[in-house]
Design a protein around this ligand. Structure first.
Ligand SMILES: Cc1cc2nc3c(=O)[nH]c(=O)nc-3n(C[C@H](O)[C@H](O)[C@H](O)COP(=O)(O)OP(=O)(O)OC[C@H]3O[C@@H](n4cnc5c(N)ncnc54)[C@H](O)[C@@H]3O)c2cc1C
Length: 417
């Protein structure tokens, strides 16, 4: 594994840092104020998008699937350090057309869409003209197990008719959201993992009702994590994505790089927390000494660094594995980072909050938002326990082929005397 930046990545990092520092970070507070005043997305976002595109900082996430495909840029390992930089500001990814859930949705359309579907949905998504959402989770069933999904997708004449209730659907409240990729059951009698399919539903279709935008730990996210009712929603059969019965497999494929992107951005957020901590403890004094002179604070600084770097190396290793061997082979590394990185983010932010005193949980720093987001990521794209179970399963499988080998290291009772 070689994680050194290639000249291309080094150049893009420099350009992205410069763009962030000049055009995005200065608007950090302004974005908040405008959204609080009801302007979402703030008008300056479209202007920034145009500038990002002109600077070649656009759709950087889309890994090459075939050499002749349009929009292909970097592989996952090359994208990771760039996503980390974008991650420092929650809304920055939108400026570079690299936001979740659009990135995962674009990958889905890129891999499984027909020519007509790509033309209608993928092209405007790649252009940044529309946004999209991915709807799997349902309030009525434990959705960590996607085979529980109850939404029905029923054939009727030349159409599909969809009924169900989804929730926590990210991006559905964005004013530019035009597409819902919905997973539901087409054949309840088929083998367990062949019952599900995906359909493309224009979000303005009759029967699509956004019931509410759920807050996350009482924080309002304007793009939305929405509860949506689908009531006799009708789409033509051409809106089926992939084949009937392929929904479960496609959802698995989608969540590979998508999970990785969240983790890459989380490392940028943890770095921001560490930067805030370092600045704060060098200027704040109690009982005659600076905070950074206290042993406990120095341990926080060190633990943050140890954990951030562990997270980063694990993410890079997962990205490297996906690029080299594909999502299926990399599933252990993907599950590992998904379980590790959000916890590290919350721990790093938690230490920083403590160092800030009461200010750390007030409204004047991004820390509460970062903490809440780290906590939320322990559910998004599947809860920790499912990822840990996956890691354990793969460990046990690999132990099966070496069964009994460890016995050679056991010390027989006679040798102990
Ligand atoms: C911020 C945020 C954004 C989200 N965005 C989307 C989105 O865009 N689209 C979408 O479809 N969904 C989205 N989700 C939903 C998310 O994917 C689900 O919450 C997650 O898959 C868990 O499903 P559930 O909430 O139904 O929990 P359940 O399935 O009810 O699970 C409850 C708990 O049971 C435990 N558990 C489950 N399985 C196991 C196991 N195998 N072993 C041990 N314990 C287990 C875990 O502790 C788990 O938290 C989002 C969630 C959040 C918080």
């Amino acid at each position: 594994m070689d994680f050194a930046y290639s000249p291309k990545v080094a150049m893009l990092r420099e350009r992205l840092e410069e763009f962030m520092n000049r055009l995005i970070v200065p608007r950090f507070a302004e974005w908040r104020d405008r959204v609080a005043g009801g302007e979402y997305p703030p008008a300056f976002i479209e202007d920034l998008k145009a500038q990002a595109r002109a600077a070649g900082l656009w759709n950087l996430f889309l890994p090459p699937l075939r050499p002749d495909e349009p929009g292909t840029r970097l592989d996952n390992l090359e994208y990771a350090p760039l996503a980390e930089i974008m991650g420092r500001v929650a809304w920055a990814s939108e400026v570079f057309n690299c936001s979740a859930p659009d990135t995962g949705n674009m990958e889905l359309l890129h891999r499984f869409g027909t020519a007509a579907q790509r033309e209608r949905w993928l092209v405007p998504l790649l252009e940044g003209h529309i946004r999209s959402a991915f709807a799997m989770t349902e309030p009525d069933v434990a959705s960590a197990d996607a085979t529980n999904i109850q939404t029905t997708i029923r054939r009727e004449g030349g159409d599909y008719v969809i009924n169900g209730r989804k929730w926590f659907i990210t991006g559905a409240a964005h004013p530019h959201c035009r597409l819902l990729i919905v997973i539901g059951k087409t054949d309840p009698e088929a083998p367990k993992h062949r019952r599900q399919s995906m359909v493309l539903i224009p979000s303005a279709n009759p029967g699509v009702e956004i019931v509410r935008n759920l807050s996350i730990m009482h924080q309002f996210h304007p793009e939305g994590h929405c509860e949506i009712v689908l009531r006799n929603v009708r789409v033509p059969q051409e809106n089926l994505l992939g084949d009937e019965g392929e929904g479960f497999a496609m959802a698995q494929a989608r969540l590979g790089p998508g999970r990785i992107h969240h983790c890459m951005r989380s490392i940028g957020q943890a770095e921001l927390a560490q930067a805030l901590l370092l600045d704060r403890v060098r200027e704040r004094r109690t009982f005659g000494r600076y905070l950074h002179e206290r042993g406990v604070v120095r341990e926080w600084i060190a633990h943050n660094r140890l954990e951030i770097d562990q997270a980063r190396w694990l993410v890079l290793a997962a990205a490297w594995r996906i690029d080299r061997d594909g999502v299926r082979t990399a599933r252990k590394e993907i599950a590992m980072i998904k379980a590790v990185v959000p916890r590290i983010l919350t721990r790093v932010v938690d230490r920083t909050m403590q160092a800030f005193g009461a200010m750390g949980i007030g409204p004047d720093t991004p820390l509460p938002e970062l903490w809440g987001w780290g906590r939320a990521l322990r559910f998004a794209d599947g809860p920790d326990e499912v990822h840990l179970d996956q890691v354990a399963r793969i460990e046990l499988e690999s132990a099966q082929s070496r069964r009994g080998e460890s016995a050679a290291y056991l010390i027989p009772p006679t040798a102990q005397n």
